[in-house]
Each structure stands twice: as C-alpha cells, then as structure tokens.
Design a protein around this ligand. Sequence first.
Ligand SMILES: CC(C)(COP(=O)(O)OP(=O)(O)OC[C@H]1O[C@@H](n2cnc3c(N)ncnc32)[C@H](O)[C@@H]1OP(=O)(O)O)[C@@H](O)C(=O)NCCC(=O)NCCS
Length: 328
Amino acid sequence: MGNLRAGILGTGHSYPKGILTNADLEKTVETSDEWITTRTGIKQRRKAAPGEYTSLFAVNAARQAIERARLDPSDIDLLLCATVTPDQILPSTGCIIQAELGANNAAAMDVVAACSGFLYGLALANSMIRTGQSRYALLIGAEILSQYVDYTDRQTCVLFGDGAGAAVLGPVEGNRGILATRIKSDGRYEEQLFSPGGGTRRPPTAETLAAGDHFFKMKGNELFKVAVRSMTDISREVLEEAGKSAEDIKLFIPHQANQRITDAVASKLDVDDQRVYSNIAMHGNTSSASIPIALDECVESGRIKEGDLILLASFGGGVTWGGVLLTW
Ligand SMILES: CC(C)(COP(=O)(O)OP(=O)(O)OC[C@H]1O[C@@H](n2cnc3c(N)ncnc32)[C@H](O)[C@@H]1OP(=O)(O)O)[C@@H](O)C(=O)NCCC(=O)NCCS
C-alpha cells in the first residue's frame, strides 16, 4: 500500500452524567461492592437517563475529536460509528451523526463488531486512508449498553456502562501512525455473549420482550478464557508484524472488560503495570467506546506523548478480536 501512513489526529469522549455505583447495585441484586471490586475491578459505571440515546454522546465526542484535529466536519470523507446499541435499526447511527455534525462530504455507516468495533474501524479507516480512498476519517465508538442490560442478572449488570469516544484519522508524516492492524472473528462462540431476540431470527413480540430476549446473555467464565487467549495472541501478532517487542511498548490500552483480564494479558505479554492503562473502576465495560475513551483520557492527562509506541487490543461478542500497534 505504499509508504503513506494513517495516524490519529484528534480524540474526544463524552458520557452521561448519571452514575451507577456498586452500592446502588447492592440494593437491587444479590451482590456486594467487595465481590464486584475483587472479581472485576469496577467501582462505578455511567448510565444514560431515559431519553438519552447513543448518537447524543457520539456527536459530542466527535465534535471534540474534529476540533482537536483542527479540521472542519466538511473535511471528513469517511464516518464510521462502531456500536451494537444503535439509535435505531434504520438509518445507521453513522448517518444520524453525519447529519448532526454537518459532515456533508462523508460516507457514513456503522461497524457492528461489539467490543472490537473500534479496532475493526481503525483497521478499515487505516486501509481507506493508505489506499487513497479517504483522506480524513472520523471513527466513533458509542454505546448505551444500559438499554440492553438485564438489571436482575447480577452476572452482567455489574459489568456494563455507557459512553462514547472518537478519533479523527488522516495521513501522517515521519515515523508516526499505524504500524500494524489485525482483526479476527469466530462466530461459533456466538452464545458466549449475545442478545437473542429483537432481530429477524426472533422478531420482537410482546412475549419476547416480556421474556427479556433482547437483553445481553453471557457465559462469563468461558468468555474470560477466550478473551485472555485472543487478546494475547493478537497482540503478539501485531508486534511481530511491525518488528517490535513488548519492551518497546510505552502504553498498552486493552479493551476494558475486567481488571483480571487486563492483568492476565499484560502478564502474558510481559508488560508491567506502569505501562498498562486502566479506567475500568470508573467506567466499567463500555464495549466499542472503551478504547477511544481510554485513548482520549490518556491524551488529556499527558500519559501519551509523541513518538510513544501504543498497543491496543480488544475482544468482544461475536466473538471478535483485534489488535492495533501505532506510534503516536
Ligand atoms: C462475569 C465474571 C466477572 C464472573 O467472574 P468469575 O470469577 O468468572 O465468577 P464465576 O462466574 O465463576 O462465578 C463465581 C460465583 O459468583 C457468583 N456471581 C456472579 N456474579 C455475581 C455478582 N455480581 N455478585 C456476587 N456473586 C456473583 C456466581 O453465581 C458464582 O456463584 P456460585 O459459585 O455459587 O455458582 C467474569 O467471568 C468475567 O469478567 N468474564 C468475562 C466477561 C466479559 O468480559 N464480558 C464482556 C465481553 S466484551
């Protein structure tokens, strides 16, 4: 694809004001702050209020990313919204965001790859920019997972939170930019994390709604093992492709699913705690929004500096997984 590289030019994030703490959950399901903290690392998560929907937060995050990239919405020619919780089925949330931003020159669509959605989007935007089909791409990860969480299921309701993160990508010079991307899937593991009702296979009816078929169902234990294995493997693959080693990594930003998953992957990769970013205590698992929120927090706090080698890795429902290595 030639020597042209794509890099991240600006980032942003946004989330609802509402906070759901472990103490709040203790009141509604049989759980405890102690259990949630030791098993997941989560202390609180953001929860949208009734009437708040996915594109609201996506647009806020996107505006910030475009501004920080010193661009105008009309400069964007590709808009990808990674989400499994769209505003509605048709049109895509990407198109809703496109109109709201006035991104009049952009093709827009959604990327549906659950928690790997942002890294799937990075891989796609990277290819589009490197092949010259796009110049400036806006990639957003945005979720209102609380709409699909069964707040009587203690296994899932403690994990998920709401939010949005965004990044603007464009051509970069010098050593900066994306060095390697890899995305994978295995649909045989569908039932490890899925929402069985509400689509064409099991259309929504009064009965499916009453049965809660549209809520997320999860086999947490099995998914845990797949997550650790897939994120470790794909991280090694992108490092190898770029000719880098774990020692070269300045910051590892994994998808924020469970602190124990993060710790296990980091330990297998030989990346010490100081080089791993975690915000799971504050946000829980925000699916496709987790990596871009984390990225923007790192940019804002000065944790990422120009020239730093950053490793991103994710896994999620599908199952899907991905890895991206970039120089900031
Ligand atoms: C869900 C998860 C936190 C459960 O932790 P775990 O250590 O695997 O716990 P287990 O599932 O083995 O359950 C242990 C016990 O805790 C109980 N338990 C589950 N959730 C609980 C909760 N919120 N509070 C208290 N007890 C809970 C279980 O019922 C089980 O009880 P039992 O031994 O009497 O049967 C963990 O498996 C996980 O994070 N998996 C990955 C999920 C994920 O990342 N999903 C998103 C993908 S992007």
